[in-house]
Ligand binder design. Sequence first.
Ligand SMILES: Nc1ncnc2c1ncn2[C@@H]1O[C@H](COP(=O)(O)OP(=O)(O)O)[C@@H](O)[C@H]1O
Ligand SMILES: [Mg+2]
Length: 434
Amino acid sequence: GIFENAAEGIFQSTCGGRFLSCNPAAATILGYATPEDLIESVVDIERQLYVRPERRRELCGLLRQGRSVKNFEVEFYRKDGTRQWVLLNIRPVLNEQGEILYVDGIIQDIAERKRAEMALQALNEELEQRVEVRTGELEQANHELRQLTSGLESALTELKSAQSRILQQEKMASIGQLAAGVAHEINNPMGFIISNLNSLRKYTEKIATFMDLQAGAVEVLLTRSGGKDITDNLEKQKNVLKLDFIMEDLGQLIKESLEGAERVKTIVQNLKSFSRLDESEFKIAEINEGIENTINMVWNEIKYKAVLKKEYGNIPQIYCNLGQLNQVFMNLLVNAAQSIETQGEFGVKTSSDDENVSITISDTGSGIPAENLSRIFEPFFTTKEVGQGTGLGLSIAYDIVKKHYGEFHVQSEVGKGTTFTINLPIAGRPRASA
Ligand SMILES: Nc1ncnc2c1ncn2[C@@H]1O[C@H](COP(=O)(O)OP(=O)(O)O)[C@@H](O)[C@H]1O
Ligand SMILES: [Mg+2]
């Protein structure tokens, strides 16, 4: 009949896990020779047939609610232990209490379909994997590109900063050259002006002495012959010409001119030692002298703003390029002056120990916020308005101190002020490599 010849497997089984009956197709699907073979061999459906036993518990759970289960896909073990995907359609047969007596089921072989599905899934997975790999590759390439770009960018900024530093150094060098030239030009005439003024002072003194003598003589002569009119006239002319005043003022004028000329001479000397064109290399030099020179150079710009407290220690001479160190001192002093809004105090202090000479330049100015502290030595970092600051002063100073194997330290508190300390090895280079 239909039961015997059906292509689908048909069966009845119990919740306990035994087959009550089945058709040959059902036995064939599960790899048993005959229905009887299947019914006798399988005494525990869950353990013997189910690859994943929890699937049966899931199935029974559904059936116990009294519902039919349609198209339940599950993998079974065949008699020979190989696996077999099947499709189950099951209807529970209940008693009056609603308990399951047994189930009617249809079992179909879906191995082919399952294989196709799995192949498709594998293909999908492989595709996904390939997309993933490719995406990864692209991301990596992208990352490398970005790194390359940022490398290029930083190379460019470095190049730019190097370029501007060179420009600045050249500018400083040419200013130094100019200053030295100007100093030389001024020095010569200054020499003869001072020497002439000195001679003039002596001459006027002598003329004055002689004039006094002459006046006395004239008086004696005239009183004898009674030439009172002539004396009166001379006296009158002397008053009209304000000769007394002139003789007095003459000395004063010469004295003032001499002082002015001396001052110009000092400025020229400062300028010369500041630019130090003649001695632009490393040599043994006096740091205190360099600082004093630099202060004289910038004094006009800072004297209105601050009281300067100098404390020069008795420090040894060191092997250095004083012209460059002067530039460091100048940059620090100008920064200190700019940090003071109206009135404040500067401190310049030098000291030494066995290894280092220390130079401290402090101010009671605005201070530097913590977030800027790490950046102030960067080229172009400035908080000043255009025209006020280039942001190069400290980066140049840093380079110069580094060239001297020295160290830079900053301490700053917003609203209180800033202290820069420079330590320079006395040996001209650090002990370790000496
Ligand atoms: N003594 C100081 N007090 C407060 N801020 C300072 C002081 N020295 C340096 N700075 C800060 O460091 C920055 C960088 O200084 P610098 O390199 O000399 O460049 P610039 O003076 O041209 O701005 C300044 O713009 C300022 O913000
Ligand atoms: Mg500056």
